[in-house]
Design a protein around this ligand. Sequence first.
Ligand code: BGC
Length: 441
Amino acid sequence: MKVDRRDVLGLGMAATASAVLPARAAAVLPARASAESRFLWGAATAGHQVEGNNVSADIWLLEQVQPSVFAEPSGDACDSLHRWREDIAIVKALGLNCYRFSVEWPRIEPAKGQFSQAFLDHYKAMVDHCREQGLAPVLTFNHFTTPRWFAAAGGWEQRDAADLFARYCDKVARAMADGISHAVTFNEPNLALGGRWAISAPPPEFEARMAACLAAAAKASGSDRFSVLNAGDPAPMIPGITAAHVAGREAIKAARSDLPVGLSLAIPDNVPVGPDSGIERKRAEIYGPFFAVMGGDDFVGVQTYGRAFVGRDRDVPAPAASPKRADGKEWYPAAIGNVVRYAHAATGKPVLVTENGIDASDDSLRVRFIPEAVASVEKARADGVPVLGYIHWSLLDNFEWLSGYGPKFGLVAVDRTSFRRTPKPSARLLGSIARAGGTRT
Ligand code: BGC
């Protein structure tokens, strides 16, 4: 059963010995203001997808149980837990000025109320090292994974979910807020809400397998439940997540009031189809709950992987005439420019492109994709939309959740055995655009 991760997540059904370094004195770091005033040109990763052996995470368990909905377990991933300095060195050598990565709550709080000072130090060392290299660290506090104990206690549906998340944000912020460039509380917390609008429903055998996978994880945890955002019905989880965003933001701001905080949303370039398109209903359902709690945010993060054609009650296939890739997906790199415009118009906030990219084994597609995508963002900026930066997904070919190591979103290839990193032509291209300050200079 081959299931594309993005499609299935869109269907609302999918789940979807450390190099600990001593903390460095903030005084040795370059002034953060010099980094923030620049347009950010970056590449992104997420802890679970690159670090390896994230054994206290909910998703690690879902990968291990039988039956599992995952194509393969994450295992060592890209071994970035140990090779993070190399990753940061690559970002720097390419000519980018920003690295987006996530802190893993399952590592920082592997058991409820027990915080790991060693892992707080680990992530602080990453933040500080970025600064030493002149890179702005954009830090994601939740990139899908939660601790296994949290999922087994009811996940975002449990009554004190927001307080638990805020307590974790407080620990992280107090440890490293000084060096962070931008804090992203949640990565795509709205993704599963898109399921109701997806072109088609997931195959029944996939739903059955997901239910069995969650039941096995609950049993393995000695619980009657295992609640994970991208698995099952997201509706009852959204109030917990929106409350957690607000509480998390307050905790971060309490540690450093001038640190820009926001969240990132999965937003395709929605195109209305026909006179009775449900586009406004779709937007209200999928983005509305998050727009409603962004009042105190400093920016909105957007993550775009193409267009969606919105019919009356759900999305419909792209028009036959629109250009397609060999895999049948539409070719429309300029989607991100339209999303940047929409997100600013809808929220009034400055926009940070926290993810934009393409699954392509053939890197020449990425080489064509990047300048078109960047140019669409530049046009939006030229029209007055405040855009803080363009962060490409992803730095590395990594663990693509349900789909395992099949998809290739990376600017940099990673050998699955030696972990050797090899920058692709697209990486050098993005770096040269960044060095030049854009495609139009
Ligand atoms: C996520 C990433 C993922 C990427 C490509 C986004 O949904 O934030 O974790 O790898 O899209 O599918």
